[in-house]
Design a protein around this ligand. Structure first.
Ligand SMILES: [Zn+2]
Length: 64
């Protein structure tokens, strides 16, 4: 008899059955998967945001 493996969704921590039908695993749903990936994308966008602050400094110098 095969026992089904259960994992916890990294996003909402609900129980997920580790089966082939579960395409979003280890997430419980496609939505949780997208939320988690979205958070990673946000982290990456923080770094170029700092160089934009330097550009606005140059702009204020230009208006003097
Ligand atoms: Zn979830």
């Amino acid at each position: 008899m095969q026992t089904l493996l259960r994992v916890k969704c990294p996003n909402c921590h609900s129980s997920v059955l580790w089966v082939a039908e579960q395409r979003s695993k280890p997430f419980c749903s496609e939505r949780c998967k997208l939320i988690d990936l979205g958070e990673w994308a946000m982290e990456e966008k923080r770094i170029p945001g700092e160089s934009l602050a330097l550009e606005s400094e140059d702009e204020s110098f230009f208006f003097h």
